[in-house]
Design a protein around this ligand. Structure first.
Ligand SMILES: *[C@@H]1O[C@H](CO)[C@@H](O)[C@H](O)[C@H]1NC(C)=O
Ligand SMILES: *[C@@H]1O[C@H](CO)[C@@H](O)[C@H](O)[C@H]1NC(C)=O
Ligand SMILES: *[C@@H]1O[C@H](CO)[C@@H](O)[C@H](O)[C@H]1NC(C)=O
Length: 379
C-alpha cells in the first residue's frame, strides 16, 4: 500500500503537532548553543587550514621607517588621559567626519551614552570619535572652530591632521589602533564603528562581560566577509589596482561598519601595522592583512548586520548587536530597543516559540540588503 496523499483532519493535526515539536526542539537546542560563547571563539575559517595566506603579509612587509609615513600624523585634538586609572571594559571608537555634528550628538544621547551604560550595567565604556581634517580648505577653518567648541563641551574627539576622505580610511584605522596602544592599552575590548550604524550597546556589553569572564583571547568578531575578491572596475570607489593588491581574493575580514577585538588582538595588530604597507585604502581589508601577519581570523556573529537595516521588531531587539544604515532614527530605535518589554517578550517557552516564528518570518525571506542571516532566527 502507498502512503495516503489525502490527509484527514486527524492527520493534519498530527503534522501540525510534529512541526511544532521540531521547532520547539530546535529553539531549545539553539539556546544552549548560543550560551557558550567559547564555541563562537573557537570556530574558525576552514579556508585557512588549506591555504595559508602568509605570502600576502610577507609581500606587503616594508621597513619600520617606510611604514612610519602612514602613522606619523599629528594630533590636533587629543585626550590622552581619557582612560588613565580606570577599569575599562570597552573602548569604542566611532569613525566620523568633521561635518557630522548631528550624528555625533545623536550617538552621545543614545547608544553611545557612557553614563547610561555605567548606571544600568555597571561597567565603564569610553566612547571616542575618530576624525581627520575637512578636505575643503575653504570650509576647514569654520568647521575646525566648531569642532573645538564641540570638544570643549564633550571632550570626546580625537583628531589627526590627515584629510578626512574615503581614501584615507586606513589612516583613520591606524589612528584608532595606535591611540589604543599608547593611551588605553588596558581596555579589555576595542570596538570600531561607523557613525551611521546603530549599536545595541546593552546587548553587546552583556556579551562582552561574559566573554571577559571566560577570559577570551584571540577574539575578533563581526560580520565576516570570506574570500571576497578585490573590485577591479575603475568606476567603483572600492577599486583597488593590481599594483596595490595583486591577489585574487582578500583575506577574511569584518566590514569596518562594526567589529570588536580583544585587547591582546588589538595590541598585536598594532605591532603588525608597524611594518606593513598601508597604502591600500580599504581599511577593513588592511585590518585583514594585519591579521594574517599575527595568525588571527575573524569569528562571525550573526547579529552583526550586513548592508541591511535590522527589522524593527521586539524579538530582534533582544539579540541585535549592530544594524546598518541609520542616522535619522537613532532616538526612536534606541527608545524601542531598550524598552523593558523587549526582555519579557521572548522569555518563557511560548515567548521563545513566538520569537522564533516571528524571526523566521522576518529573516528567512530573501531581501535585497541582508541584515541577519536566516539561521539567526533559531538562536
Ligand atoms: C610582491 O608581489 C609583487 C607582484 O606579485 C612582486 O612584483 C613583488 O616582487 C613582491 N614583493 C615582495 C617583497 O615579495
Ligand atoms: C590623505 O591625507 C593626506 C594627509 O593630509 C593627504 O596628503 C592625502 O591627499 C590624503 N589622501 C586622500 C586620498 O585623500
Ligand atoms: C606600498 O604600496 C604601493 C602600491 O600600493 C607602492 O606604490 C609603494 O611603493 C609601496 N611602498 C613601499 C614602501 O614599498
Amino acid at each position: 500500500m502507498f502512503v495516503n496523499v489525502h490527509c484527514s483532519r486527524k492527520c493534519k493535526l498530527r503534522h501540525l503537532m510534529s512541526t511544532f515539536f521540531v521547532v520547539l526542539m530546535v529553539t531549545l537546542h539553539w539556546e544552549t548553543l548560543d550560551s557558550s560563547i567559547l564555541s563562537h571563539v573557537k570556530s574558525f575559517s576552514l579556508r585557512h587550514i588549506f591555504t595559508s595566506l602568509d605570502y600576502i603579509s610577507t609581500n606587503l612587509t616594508i621597513s619600520r621607517e617606510e611604514a612610519r609615513r602612514f602613522s606619523s600624523h599629528r594630533y590636533l585634538i587629543n585626550h590622552n588621559q581619557k582612560c588613565t586609572g580606570q577599569n575599562i571594559l570597552l573602548l569604542l571608537f566611532v569613525k566620523t567626519s568633521p561635518q557630522n555634528f548631528q550624528r555625533r550628538q545623536a550617538i552621545r544621547s543614545t547608544w553611545g551614552n557612557e553614563v547610561y551604560i555605567e548606571e544600568s550595567l555597571g561597567v565603564t565604556v569610553k566612547v571616542l570619535f575618530a576624525l581627520g581634517l575637512h578636505p575643503q580648505p575653504l570650509q576647514r577653518g569654520t568647521l575646525q572652530q566648531q569642532l573645538l567648541e564641540e570638544d570643549e563641551r564633550h571632550h570626546d574627539l580625537i583628531q589627526q591632521d590627515f584629510l578626512d576622505t574615503f581614501h584615507n580610511l586606513t589612516l583613520k584605522l591606524l589612528l584608532q589602533i595606535s591611540w589604543t596602544h599608547f593611551y588605553c592599552p588596558h581596555a579589555r575590548f576595542l570596538m570600531s564603528a561607523d557613525d551611521d550604524i546603530f549599536v545595541h550597546l546593552p546587548n553587546l556589553i552583556r556579551y562582552l562581560k561574559e566573554a571577559d569572564q571566560a577570559g577570551v583571547k584571540d577574539f575578533w568578531i563581526g560580520k565576516v566577509h570570506r574570500g571576497a575578491p578585490p573590485v577591479r572596475s575603475k568606476e567603483s570607489k572600492y577599486y583597488v589596482s593590481q599594483e596595490m593588491y595583486p591577489w585574487l581574493l582578500y583575506p577574511d575580514y569584518t566590514p569596518g561598519a562594526g567589529y570588536v577585538l580583544s585587547k591582546d588582538v588589538a595590541s598585536r595588530l598594532y605591532q603588525a601595522s608597524l611594518t606593513l604597507n598601508a597604502s591600500i585604502h580599504i581599511d577593513d581589508v588592511f585590518l585583514g592583512i594585519c591579521a594574517i601577519a599575527i595568525g588571527i581570523s575573524p569569528q562571525d556573529h550573526v547579529f552583526f548586520s550586513g548592508e541591511g537595516r535590522a527589522p524593527y521588531h521586539l524579538c530582534i531587539y533582544n539579540q541585535m548587536m549592530t544594524s546598518h544604515g541609520h542616522e535619522k532614527d537613532f532616538h526612536e530605535l534606541w527608545r524601542r530597543a531598550t524598552d523593558p518589554e523587549v526582555q519579557q517578550v521572548s522569555s518563557g517557552l511560548f515567548g521563545r516559540l513566538y520569537c522564533t516564528l516571528a524571526k523566521v518570518r522576518l529573516l528567512c525571506i530573501p531581501h535585497l540588503l541582508v541584515s541577519y542571516p536566516c539561521k539567526a532566527a533559531f538562536l
